[in-house]
Design a protein. Structure first.
Length: 66
């Protein structure tokens, strides 16, 4: 894992087409802005986990044609 330190208004660029900018820092909360192409999905980890779990639970229904 690459660990980088950034301050407010500084950004990180990934693969020349994704940028992550530090918008604000208040206490232990950091607000990030992400710019990415439309075909790149950007989610919080806990949301991705829920979506994956939902897809796995619905898989048997899809194989039955429901």
């Amino acid at each position: 894992m690459l660990v980088l330190t950034r301050r407010k208004d500084e950004e990180i660029v990934i693969n020349d087409n994704i940028s992550i900018k530090v918008l604000s820092v208040k206490g232990n909360r950091v607000r990030l802005g992400v710019e990415a192409p439309d075909d790149v999905q950007v989610n919080r980890a806990e949301i991705r986990k829920l979506v994956t779990q939902f897809e796995v639970e619905c898989e048997p229904l899809q194989s039955c044609g429901l």
